[in-house]
Write a protein that binds this ligand. Structure first.
Ligand code: PLP
Length: 428
């Protein structure tokens, strides 16, 4: 499969090149040259397929013969080494828990898949790359863990100083080996701007820089799997599905829309955001106005200019009316989020962390227009990842899972930087 740059359809590269480059040289995001549709038989028998079989059938089209079948199956097996349960929270409202992986963040899937693709491309030691990634919270830990020890890949993670939780910070600063953490004096958008600038900096070309944000197709595409897994678990209800994604950079929801394009029967998508409301505003007035990000309690979604939104617009040919038929987007304040967390807990005993709670709010709102549907919100992180919010709001104490406990006593190692020149000096 070839991928074109969203800035220039003539600019086409292979899957391998798109993964290694991350962003096209003209700054465009890569997009698949065509979107395959899956046969009806696949959906008819999906409940009899394992998650690994589903994933293979879905992603194989996007890779073609660039990774042989057995290697791809191996990559998928190593990526999907945990469960994705759909848990009933209220009648017709389900939480799809994406947080049972090694760092308890949904980004584990994308990070593990991408690292292993790069490992495969570097199998002859000739494609050494440096993965440069900006994180607003969870990406860093998932990338650090997913890439740890992968041959031929160095990882440099930029995160905003003081704006990620203690557990998140430890997950990305304590692993050592091929993983380095840079603590940036600024907000997430500053980190992302530095990363984007480094990719375009010709004096760094020899470092073979690539991204591990959802800009990178190998991080973005495997997120489609979640939506197929939700469908597999809820299909027997024979009701249409409404899915709400707590959204920041809009990679996850964009993958969901791609899954729908492949034939997955999802009736409606909701992009639920915190106070960073660029997309909800766009749906109201049709003006896309990127803004600086504002800090919230769901900090992994503190994004003022979501990178993947252009990919979504591409799928709708920039037709706002068509887009609105499939898609809604709502914004919620921190107080509304805390209130939802409390209500969910009181009414059903379910512990939702702030991102999941934002997703829940958007879902409940949209379900008012879909009386015969089942709703799913994606729970994108384990509550323990947002301990400092969850414990006081719910007035409970959470047990620390073993995955997390293992990093708590390790020593943080990071380098503080303030400017792009600091980053450049570090890389060169
Ligand atoms: C990254 C992240 C999100 C947002 O996902 P996008 O694909 O960037 O929209 C939501 N919740 C958590 C916990 C995250 O880490």
């Amino acid at each position: 499969m070839n991928y074109y740059s969203l800035n220039n359809k003539q600019h086409k590269v292979s899957f391998q090149e798109a993964v290694i480059q991350g962003l096209a040289s003209d700054k465009g995001l890569y997009f698949p040259e065509n979107i395959p549709t899956l046969p009806q038989s696949f959906f008819d028998e999906i409940e009899s397929l394992s998650n690994e079989e589903i994933a293979f059938q879905v992603i194989q089209h996007f890779i073609g013969d660039e990774i042989p079948e057995t290697e791809l199956q191996q990559i998928i097996a190593e990526t999907l080494c945990f469960d994705f349960p759909c848990v009933e929270v209220e009648p017709n409202v389900y939480s799809l828990e994406l947080y049972h992986g090694p760092t308890m963040a949904f980004k584990d899937v994308g990070a593990r898949f991408m690292s292993r693709c790069l490992g495969y491309f570097n199998r002859n030691d000739d494609k050494k790359v440096t993965v440069l990634v900006a994180t607003s919270g969870d990406t860093g830990g998932a990338v650090a863990s997913g890439f740890l020890g992968v041959k031929g890949v160095d990882v440099v993670i930029l995160y905003p100083s003081g704006k990620v939780s203690d557990i998140q910070e430890r997950q990305l600063t304590t692993l050592g080996q091929n993983i380095k953490a840079l603590e940036v004096n600024g907000v997430f958008d500053d980190c992302q701007d530095m990363v984007k600038r480094a990719f375009l900096d010709e004096t760094l070309a020899h470092k073979n820089l690539t991204s591990a944000n959802s800009i990178n197709i190998a991080r973005w595409l495997p997120q489609m799997f979640y939506f197929f897994f939700a469908y597999k678990q809820l299909k027997n209800h024979n009701k249409s599905l409404v899915v709400s994604c707590p959204s920041g950079n809009f990679g996850n929801i964009c993958a969901g829309i791609l899954a729908k394009r492949m034939g997955l029967p999802i009736e409606h998508f909701v992009a639920s955001t915190n106070a960073n409301d660029t997309v909800p505003q766009f749906l109201v007035d049709g003006i896309y106005h990127a803004k600086p990000s504002v800090p919230t309690i769901s900090n992994a979604m503190d994004v003022g200019n979501p990178s993947n939104f252009v990919r979504i617009q591409e799928m709708y040919n920039n037709d706002l009316n068509e887009f609105k038929k499939d898609f809604s987007s709502f914004t919620y304040t921190d107080d509304e989020t805390r209130f939802a967390m409390k209500n969910i807990y009181i009414n059903s005993g379910y512990i939702a962390e702030p991102h999941g709670a934002v997703g829940y709010l958007g879902l409940k709102h949209e379900l008012q227009n879909h009386h015969n549907s089942i709703g799913v919100f994606l729970e994108t992180a384990h509550p323990v990842k947002f301990l400092d919010v969850v414990e006081p709001v719910l007035n409970i104490q959470l047990p620390i899972p073993t995955q997390i406990e293992s990093v708590l006593n390790k020593e943080k190692v990071s380098l503080k930087i303030s400017t792009y020149d600091d980053l450049k000096a570090f890389l060169s």
